[in-house]
Design a protein around this ligand. Structure first.
Ligand code: SF4
Ligand code: MG
Length: 336
């Protein structure tokens, strides 16, 4: 069956003064209609670049898609013209970014910003657009919508601005919304409200969401499936319940350990993963996590592991799960 979005073996490089960075090195995943897929990892793992490639927003130069494909609704995004991409982003794929203040134009009324896309891409007349703006604000839970459409971004709180950004993303009834760290700039209570809003909108409109985040709390809260990225590759992916219940990749184990647990009032201490990700100017030949991995074996440094398949569409690329490598119980028995 065809998925709404298929990313296959995507590779994206960026030219810099220091050489070429291999930011995304063969990423594969898909998104179905009505589901939320979280793309998770530390900064620099390639998650935002992957999102940019899906939206046709890789600045070229210095960036270029070296290999792979991104198909949306059966159409190949990587080969679209600028005009086709503009149309796609104006009508089929919506975007929500981290900082609502930079996403909004401070000199333009909220109502105008909400309906720019409708007027521009769909030729909706102004009066109709205003009514639509009011409706959109109501849809994202902003009270006094009639008055609010006449106001400017500075008259809104951070959480309300992010609601406006979500309303803009939804204005043209997209099938897919890509949200890049949409709640990072917000406090915890507002963050929870925004995630609830996205879930509610998803149920109402069968929207698909790609949630780019470094926060496993957000993943647990909103995603159906997760794609864990490290150093430009996918190290683990699958249904969120399975990844949380039985994580398979040592990097995911590290992420889980570094996740704060809320026990009543107290916040358990974070255990950060030692070391830093590899240099993506010269990515390692083997497993990119080898330098930081407590379980690394000889083979890990030389050969990239293939993805091993587990039940429920869960997969992980680690030699621990490969028949050609020593078994995990042998490693544990040997005290590693
Ligand atoms: Fe660790 Fe080797 Fe697995 Fe990489 S492949 S995560 S180095 S055990
Ligand atoms: Mg980012």
């Amino acid at each position: 069956m065809e998925h709404l979005l298929d990313v296959r073996n995507l590779k994206v490089h960026f030219k810099t003064y220091g050489g070429e960075v291999q930011a995304v090195r063969g990423v594969t995943f898909h998104v179905e209609a009505g589901e939320t897929v979280a793309v998770v990892g530390e900064s620099g793992c390639g998650k935002s670049v992957t999102a940019q490639a899906i939206m046709g927003l890789i600045p070229c130069p210095p960036g270029r898609i070296v290999d792979g494909s991104v198909t949306f609704n059966g159409k190949e995004i990587t080969r679209m013209s600028k005009a086709e991409l503009l149309k796609l982003r104006g009508s089929e794929i919506g975007m929500i970014f981290q900082d609502p203040m930079t996403a909004l134009n401070p000199t333009m009324k909220i109502g105008t910003q909400l309906t720019e896309g409708l007027v521009y891409h769909h030729g909706v007349p102004r009066e109709e657009a205003r009514a639509k703006a009011v409706e959109l604000l109501r849809q994202v839970g902003i009270p006094d919508a009639e008055k609010r459409v006449e106001q400017y971004p500075h008259e809104f709180s951070g959480g309300m601005r992010q609601r406006v950004v979500i309303a803009i993303a939804l204005a043209c009834n997209p099938k897919l919304v890509i949200a890049d760290e949409p709640t990072t700039a917000l406090d915890v209570t507002v963050q929870a409200q925004i995630l609830d809003l996205l879930k509610e909108l998803q149920i109402k409109t069968n929207l698909s969401i790609i949630m780019i985040t470094h926060d496993l709390g957000v993943v647990a809260e909103i995603a159906h499936r997760a794609v864990v990225m490290y150093a430009g590759v996918v190290v683990e992916s699958g249904p969120v319940e399975l990844i949380f219940a039985q994580p398979k990749h040592p990097y995911t184990w590290g992420l889980m350990r570094s996740m704060p647990r809320m026990n009543g009032e107290s916040k358990e201490r974070l255990i950060p993963i030692d070391g830093t990700p590899p240099d993506l100017f010269h990515p390692p030949q083997g497993c990119p996590f080898a330098e930081r991995c407590d379980y690394a074996m000889e083979i890990c440094a030389h050969e990239m592991p293939d993805a091993s398949q587990f039940s429920g569409g869960h997969q992980a690329a680690c030699w621990l799960h490969d028949a050609r490598a020593p078994r995990i119980d042998e490693l544990i028995a040997s005290g590693r």
